[in-house]
Structure formats: structure tokens, C-alpha cells
Design a binder for this molecule. Sequence first.
Ligand SMILES: *Cc1c(COP(=O)(O)O)cnc(C)c1O
Length: 385
Amino acid sequence: MAGYIPYGRQSVTEDDIAAVVEVLKSDFLTQGPVVPAFEEAVAKISDARFGVAANSATSALHMACMALEVGPGDSVWTSPLTFVASSNAALYCGASVDFVDVDERSYNMCPERLAGKLDRAASEGRLPKVIIPVHLTGQSCDMAAIHAAASKYGVRIIEDASHTIGGAFGANPVGHCEYSDIAIFSFHPVKIVTTGEGGMAMTNDPELAERMRAGRSHGITRDPALLERVDDGAWYYEQHSLGYNYRMTDINAALGLSQMDRLADFITRRREVAATYDAAFADMPVMTPWQHPDAASAWHLYVIRVDAARHRAVFDHLRAVGIGVNLHYIPIYLQPYYRKLGFSPGFCPNAEAYYAEAISIPMFPTITEEQQQTVIAEVAKVVCA
Ligand SMILES: *Cc1c(COP(=O)(O)O)cnc(C)c1O
């Protein structure tokens, strides 16, 4: 459609393309030098010791759950307002999942609700092994508060930071893992930095990094220090666990590495776009995204809320005029697959109230001023009618 404005879009430059072409002409399309270089670049900006790249954030979430030894009989808790991958990763390991309702303002896992639910679970002997808080829209959860609640019971933490590379909370860049075991970034094209498909697990724990590296490549190691038997020769390797092929290619990593040079510019531009929306909607019956005073969002998404009675009409109007709005997300437990696991409507009231009102409007660094004014004018037409 001419003039179609998507809710999110990648930015790919000639430099990005040249970086990919260079790999295509090199000796290694995969398992070459560019994946480790990309891992280092992401570790550097997020202030984590290790980055373990994977072919998607979903794979990275699965590797992270495996590294924390999530298995049958275990329970994993996440937010209901996230992509299904956050909880599917636990199901892949044979664990059960449960959900902690979100804070009504930030839409992130509520630390107080988490603490209360953990106290009840402890008294009933059904504590989760791992929790997966999600930094929705690019705004970090209050990780210090979440960590305080979880560490009281020895519960491990994986941050789903798929929306949030380049974001910060207080002095800490997202991904530094001070208050978690592992943090996961996604490099899908609608996210902030892209590799086409791809993800990365950040950690400060060398053992978890090693387990995730094994998990992404069949559970195989060649590290002489880790071999169980005397090696048979230079070809020798050992499989110690059941891993997968979750490797990222050097082709994908080259795109990501080249994009990392522009991460700061991406975030600056996303903040400008958010500020323009904030100002434009201030006098309209539109709820703009609340920001925690300590959070510096990466602004993956810009979510407005409108009166539930008009929600469908606003959404349908915007789609009809070529504005690719979306809704992030349908509370996971309302999915038919999850209802069959025993969940039903009413379980997380804050998440459901959000779902009745939320709309993700276009937010990406290359959106033009004119496109943004079109979005604002079309929203105004329906909400101010
Ligand atoms: C995109 C996303 C994922 C999955 O990422 P992929 O790289 O597509 O596998 C997981 N969690 C959240 C919150 C996401 O937004």
C-alpha cells in the first residue's frame, strides 16, 4: 500500500550491506570470527562479561532455561504481557508456567505482586525455579526490587530484554545482569538492532556462559580442560548434554555488528519520536506511556491506551488508513494452548485491562516527521470525534 506506515521497521544502510557482503566473500559463513566480535560488541555496551549469540531470542531463552537446569517438575513464572516465546521456552524444558500480573503503570512484572505470590508459594512448597521478567516496550523492570523478592527464596532470574538493547535503569545499562543470572536480547527486524533473525544471552557467570555455548551446539565441547576421556586425536570432541543447533551465522552477525555502531543514534531518534507523541497526545483522551523516573527506555514500542469502548474503532480506523498498528500483547494465558493448561480469563486483571485499551503505534528511527504527523492526526480524528 502506498504510504503505508508500519509499527516498526528496520534501518539498513549501505555500510550494513557491505559488512554482510564481506562475510559472503570470506572463508566462514558460520562459526567464523564475526559471531565472537558481535558477542563482544554487545557485551561491551551492556556491561556484561559474556554474550552468547543464538539464531533467535527464542533459542537463547531456551538455552538460558537449560543452563539453569529447568526441567520436568519445575515451575517458571513470567509476565502475561509478553510474546509467547518467554513462556514457551520453559515449556520446551518440560516445566510448568505461571504468570505474575503487571504493574498498572509500567506494564512490567509487579515486584510487590511477585513478592506476595512467592511468599504464598513458599508456604505451599511450590516455589518456581526461575522467573522471567520482561522489559516491555523497552522500559526496564525495577530489577533491584524483583531481585530482592526472588533472592529471598533462591529463585533464579532470566531477563527477557528482547525490547531493550540500549536501554538503562539508573546507572545500569540493560543486560549488565547485576540483578539477574542471564539477560536475553532479540535481533528480529522489528526490534532495535537486527540480524535478520537472532538473539543473544548475556551473563556474568562463566559456567552459565559455557553451558549456553554447549546448549546452542549439540552439547558438544572441544575444550581440553572439560574432556571426560583422554582425547583420541586432534579431531576429538565430546558431547556432554543434549543440545541443539541454535547457532547464529556470521552473515547474520555481520549485520548486527555493523548496526551496533548506530545503536546510540537509534535510541536518540526513538526518544525524539516518543517525545513528539507525548506532546501531541497531552491534550487528547489518549493515555501515553508512563515512565519510571529511573528508567531510560530504549523505546522499542510506543503504546497508547484509549477508552475500551472505542478501542476497536480506533484500531480499525488506523489500519484502514494504512497505519500498521498492532497490539503487544494478548495476555499469554488467554491463548487457546495455555487455556488448555488450565488458565482462564480474569487471572491477571491489570494485564487484561491493558489488553482492552492498548495500541502500539508506529515507532522506528526512520519514521519521518510527516509520517508521524499523519499518525497523530488520524488518532485525533477518532479519539476526539
Ligand atoms: C521478539 C520477542 C521474543 C522472541 O524473539 P525472536 O528473536 O523472534 O525469537 C521474545 N520475547 C519478547 C518479549 C519479544 O519481543
